[in-house]
Design a protein around this ligand. Structure first.
Ligand SMILES: [Zn+2]
Length: 396
């Protein structure tokens, strides 16, 4: 979840009933050289978090050192029990490890903890997390935590403030992010913050990686409002194929597209396919694309309009994806005109109607799929060493 300054976005938000019609596809001359990766960096076409380039201008850099101030807070109505600090620290640590691992070391997170529990000035129930928390309410909560900690904490190098509530305070019920904080402490203008509320005990540490994804500019891929014909399926767009979709999903590694947006996947690892000529590429598993094999091709992108592209990546049961049941070619569409929570990325299901929803979405070697708007035919074949061979033939 991520909130804007003016309109706080809760779990449910307005339903987008229609997406702007795609502009006409750019003409490409025959026999032109294959486009470079830059031509597949579809420009951002929404003023909120989305899937275009560059990521939102409020985003923190995803390459380099991120200084995080982790403030553990408790309340007069719910004092933290003796010995509970260690449990709170360790619950979120795996999220920091996830980001450092999946980035292949590109992102280094330096966490500075508060010296023990910081007592908030108001009782936990005065903060309306369960009563329609507004942007102003959230900023008051974060601001109170910063002020309460400030005497013993140096915020002068802080990039992001993480406020972790004691597990006792169930009314701090969920974990919103803001990229529009406006608090100055120790001479530093603080703009980014995340609350870690009671739901962190359900999600585990990956909630920290998801919320930090927003701090770095990534959108939510679950749907703020479920489809009309499937009214409880908030995961109809990408299922569990990306951490920004479903934290507890079977495949919580970031999509290759997200790695590219963050600057973790290099341009040379992106095969940008033209609409008018055959493209063949062999791509490595996404899970190794930014770690063990950071120079190998990792994603094939076929732009079909100025804001839309079809993307193929190779998902295997390794890394944080080790629980996945169906590996293979994960095909999805990206639309940079669609904002966070409204389906900027949609996975194509190779087995529509199956009982496993999108968990078995990948296409298997030996199969193919026709992209409906252009008629381009995508064919998938096995390659050595967990590789996936992708061929794209122009539509007739
Ligand atoms: Zn989110």
């Amino acid at each position: 979840m991520h909130e804007r300054r003016s309109a706080f976005i809760a779990i449910a938000a307005l339903l987008v009933t229609g997406v702007a019609a795609a502009p006409a596809t750019a003409e490409r001359a025959h026999a032109a050289p294959a486009p470079g990766a830059a031509q597949c960096k579809l420009p951002a076409a929404t003023d909120d978090l989305g899937s275009g380039f560059p990521v939102d201008d409020q985003a923190l850099p995803a390459v380099g050192t991120l200084d995080a101030a982790m403030l553990f807070v408790d309340f007069e109505d719910y004092p933290a029990p003796r010995g509970s600090l260690l449990k709170a620290e360790s619950n979120l640590r795996s999220g920091v490890e996830y980001l450092e691992n999946v980035s292949g070391g590109a992102l280094d997170i330096e966490v500075t903890n508060s010296d023990g529990w910081v007592r908030m000035p108001e009782p936990s129930t005065s903060y309306p997390f369960e009563r329609g928390l507004s942007y102003e309410d959230h900023v008051r909560y974060i601001g109170d935590a910063i002020e309460a900690a400030d005497a013993d904490f140096d915020f002068s190098d802080t990039d992001v403030v993480w406020v972790v509530a004691t597990e006792e305070a169930e009314s701090i019920s969920y974990s919103p992010t803001t990229n529009h904080l406006d608090v100055t402490a120790d001479g530093n203008h603080l703009t980014h913050a995340v609350t870690f509320g009671y739901d962190q005990w359900r999600w585990g540490g990956l909630v920290l990686a998801h919320e930090t994804g927003h701090s770095l500019g990534l959108p939510d891929l679950y749907l703020f409002e479920a489809p009309e014909d499937d009214p409880e399926n908030w995961h109809a767009a990408v299922g569990g194929w990306d951490l920004m979709g479903l934290i507890s999903g079977q495949a919580p590694e970031f999509l290759a597209w997200h790695r590219w947006q963050l600057g973790w996947l290099a341009d040379r690892q992106v095969v940008c396919a033209p609409l008018d000529a055959r493209t063949t590429a062999t791509i490595v598993p996404v899970e190794e694309s930014t770690t063990g094999r950071p120079t190998a091709d990792a994603m094939v992108v076929l732009p079909v309009s100025e804001t839309r592209a079809v993307v193929v990546e190779n998902r295997q049961a390794i890394g944080y994806d080790r629980e996945i049941l169906t590996s293979g070619a994960l095909v999805h569409t990206v639309d940079t005109g669609v904002r966070t929570g409204h389906g900027p990325i949609q996975v194509v299901d190779a087995t529509p109607g199956s009982a496993d929803a999108l968990d078995d979405a990948p296409f298997q070697p030996g199969t193919s799929w026709t992209e409906p708007s252009t008629g381009a035919v995508l064919t998938f074949e096995e390659a050595r060493g967990n590789g996936l061979r992708v061929t794209i033939d122009p539509g007739a």
